[in-house]
Design a protein around this ligand. Structure first.
Ligand SMILES: Nc1ncnc2c1ncn2[C@@H]1O[C@H](COP(=O)(O)OP(=O)(O)O)[C@@H](O)[C@H]1O
Ligand SMILES: [Mg+2]
Length: 249
């Protein structure tokens, strides 16, 4: 799955890059041509020019051109966004396990997303004393980031996001809890699917939880969710302190 995603992202990245840049150039050319016609209207007598403009539906083309250019640009930007998310998705797997304290990663990640969160939610930290665990810190940061951003999106105007950690025998538990809008029970089975999103076009890629799930799997851990519509959600991640020595892909 990762190799496929990486391959697709790589193959699309290049063509979408020149499509995007050509689209901009084409759009500039069209504006120039439209300006040219506008200038001609001042040089050519109206009774000669008007039939030609009518024949080519010039007024319609001028208006429709703007709509089409805008729509195409939005579409291309959306594809670029998905390609970037897919690239992140495929990166899980190429880093090494080290011993690290997840609280450090939580603080780093919080400082990055806090700008987005602070207007909506108060972040409460309820952190236990934890041993270092064997992990790929940058990947775990990505999980925390996805969970925090989702929690923030779930809160409509203002609320609380709680980050809780606990130690249970050989496992570290991390919870991200919000008091936002919760998850429709019919969606609970689907939220970890790649591309599943309930967010409006342009807002979500539907890859955040799929990526998080895959990262937690790489860590031989588990991710669970509890949610009540209207009350909020709790995403709980279990990570082993030590990695069992098997090579999984
Ligand atoms: N904390 C949350 N509260 C409510 N719904 C959530 C939460 N986290 C995830 N979801 C639901 O799961 C879907 C998938 O999440 P995700 O994979 O991160 O994709 P995205 O955020 O791009 O939509 C979201 O669109 C949303 O419906
Ligand atoms: Mg998300």
């Amino acid at each position: 799955m990762h190799k496929l995603a990486a391959g697709v992202a790589h193959e699309i990245n290049n063509p979408i890059g020149y499509v995007s840049s050509n689209l901009q150039t084409l759009s500039e050319y069209c504006h120039q041509l439209i300006r040219l016609v506008d200038q001609l209207t001042e040089l050519i007598p109206a009774e000669q020019l008007q039939p030609l403009l009518n024949e080519h539906d010039f007024n319609f083309v001028r208006d429709d051109f703007n709509t089409l250019a805008e729509e195409s640009d939005e579409g291309v930007q959306r594809v670029i966004e998905i390609i970037h998310a897919l690239k992140d998705f495929s990166h899980s797997g190429d880093e090494v396990f080290v011993k690290a304290n997840i609280h450090h990663g939580i603080q780093t990640t919080l400082s990055i997303v806090n700008n987005e969160i602070k207007y909506k939610a108060e972040v409460v930290q309820d952190l236990a004393e934890l041993p270092d665990i064997e992990c790929i810190p940058s990947q775990l940061n990505q999980v925390v980031m996805n969970l925090l951003v989702n929690a923030c999106h779930a809160i409509e105007t203002s609320g609380t996001i709680t980050i809780r950690t606990r130690l249970k025998e050989q496992w570290v538990m991390l919870e991200v809890i919000d008091d936002g809008k919760g998850i429709n029970p019919e969606h609970l089975d689907r939220i970890f699917e790649p591309f599943f999103t309930t967010k409006p076009v342009g807002k979500g890629t539907g890859l955040g939880l799929a990526l998080s799930h895959s990262i937690v799997n790489t860590h031989q851990g588990r991710i669970e969710v509890e949610s009540e519509p209207g009350k909020g959600s709790c995403f709980r991640v279990w990570l082993p302190i030590q990695q069992a020595r098997i090579n999984s892909d």
